[in-house]
Design a protein around this ligand. Structure first.
Ligand code: DUC
Ligand code: ZN
Ligand code: ZN
Length: 466
């Protein structure tokens, strides 16, 4: 079946242009200058709308066992919410813990996602125990399973933590097989000392989560990861959830030297702060406990991150979607901030929150689309199948209404959370229509997709390898 998306403004890598987009089955068949498409197909009227590639959230944790509980969105609820918000592909993190077999962890993620996802999905692999077996498994995942990126942790000793020797070995392996190393860059052992000292002083409120994770410990770990990657013959390195100016400085310096280093940030670091959210009265700040933490509004973090997005020192915006409810989950940390499960849920709102950056004059339209769709596709080996409006690409397409308005609230969101980290936020722009592989799954506020229609996307190597 053919459909013509007519009268809209396509946002491409070089900017906006008026065009009609012909969809044939699951793919984009052709792009026509306005009025040049043949008659015949069904028409979706895109007049006054931006036509953008379906967004890709390259960092989610659906139903992740973590912090003594499990992230509250299932693959069903989380991918449905993502779809409604204009995201048509997620890359979630399968997990191997110390002593476990990597392939078993991967099989567990395939089992969780089977018949559950509303949109297409891929996996990164968390390697929580780097040893001879897991290193060998990395080769197999790259060669045969479509998994070409591996996350390591410099934080969370005793949970996912890798020491420097383990990190170096994994980086050497990645250098050999072409994979990307994704790094949670915070100095976990030093943070644990600060956490213990704070609790001994009776500092138990959520704000101390942020105060015991100072930016220096993110910057130090970022720098150490960069140097380790250098020792590993310039293994490609991608810093996840970068939150702080000093960490960004490390990435910038490495990139200026031509190093194979990339980084993402997340909407929470672009907008929210340690004082206004994490420091909210009583236990309310628990809603915004995540790692890396929100940073001080009295420093230049947010402005620096927006600038980093403009200059491509930050290449991608992902959510690190890791939702927990207040009831029974975040509440586990009443009286001890270190027991609050770490995570914020935003998978439904990333497209809108970043469009606000366009409205505020901080990003161009082209850069908006690049950071939420095109670059994630290229970074993680899904391009040009995903991330671009082009003939032959999957017809993952969002019609975005720049004249609409979005009000975010727990009353109206679709994520499985009993609060919203963005409660009451009003945003210019609105997701109007979402197509996933040619099928309209959301339009005018009505959702018509279904669990199980999303497919696993085996990924190739990153386009940014040198
Ligand atoms: N940070 C979070 O806030 N949640 C999940 C894991 C992580 O690194
Ligand atoms: Zn992390
Ligand atoms: Zn994460």
């Amino acid at each position: 079946m053919s459909t013509l998306i007519k009268g809209g403004t396509v946002i491409g890598p070089t900017g906006p242009y008026p065009a009609d987009v012909l969809v044939d089955g699951e793919t984009i068949a052709a792009i026509f200058a306005p009025g040049r498409a043949p008659d015949g197909p069904d028409v979706i009227d895109a007049t006054g709308k931006y036509v953008i590639p379906g967004a890709i959230d390259a960092h989610t944790h659906m139903q992740m066992p973590f912090g003594g509980t499990e992230a509250s969105d299932t693959f069903d609820t989380g991918t449905r919410a993502a779809a409604i918000g204009g995201t048509t592909t997620i890359i979630d993190f399968a997990i191997q813990r110390y002593g476990e077999v990597v392939q078993d962890g991967l099989a567990a993620w395939h089992a969780k996602t089977a018949d559950q996802c509303h949109i297409d999905y891929g996996f990164h692999m968390i390697v929580g125990g780097v040893d001879d077996d897991s290193l060998k498994a990395m080769d197999q995942l790259v060669a045969s399973e479509g998994i070409t990126s591996f996350k390591l942790f410099m934080a969370y000793p005793g949970v996912f933590y890798s020491d420097d020797g383990q990190i170096l070995r994994a980086m050497q392996k990645a250098r050999d097989n072409g994979a990307l190393i994704m790094m949670h860059a915070e100095n976990g052992p030093a943070i644990d000392v600060l956490v213990k000292q704070a609790l001994e002083r009776g500092e138990t409120d959520p704000v101390f989560h942020g105060l015991t994770r100072p930016q220096e410990l993110e910057a130090e770990a970022t720098s150490r990861a960069i140097w380790l990657a250098s020792v590993a013959a310039d293994c490609p390195l991608y810093i996840v959830h970068l939150s702080a100016s000093k960490a960004l400085e490390q990435v910038k310096a490495a990139r200026d030297l031509g190093r194979n280093v990339f980084a993402e940030t997340c909407p929470q670091y672009l907008y929210l702060t340690l004082e206004d959210q994490l420091g909210a009265p009583g236990f309310d700040g628990a809603k915004w406990v995540c790692s890396t933490p929100l940073r001080s509004k009295h420093e230049s973090h947010r402005a620096d991150l927006w600038q980093g997005l403009r200059t491509n020192d930050l290449s991608v915006v992902s959510t690190d979607h890791c939702p927990f409810c207040m009831k029974d989950q975040k509440e586990m940390g009443i009286g001890d901030f270190s027991k609050i499960p770490n995570g914020i849920g935003s998978v439904e709102h990333r497209v809108d929150l970043l469009y606000q950056g366009v409205v505020d004059g901080k990003l161009s339209l082209a850069r908006w689309v690049e950071t939420i769709a095109t670059t994630p596709a290229r970074m993680f080996g899904m391009y040009p199948r995903k991330g671009i409006i082009a003939p032959g690409s999957d017809a993952d397409i969002v019609l975005y209404d720049p004249n609409g308005r979005t009000r975010i609230s727990v009353e109206t969101h679709h994520m499985n959370m009993d609060y919203s980290a963005w409660e009451g936020w009003e945003i210019d722009g609105k997701v109007d229509t979402v197509l996933s592989r040619g099928e309209v799954i959301a339009s005018g506020g009505e959702y018509t997709g279904r669990a199980g229609r999303g497919k696993y996307v085996p990924r190739g190597l990153s386009d940014y390898l040198v």
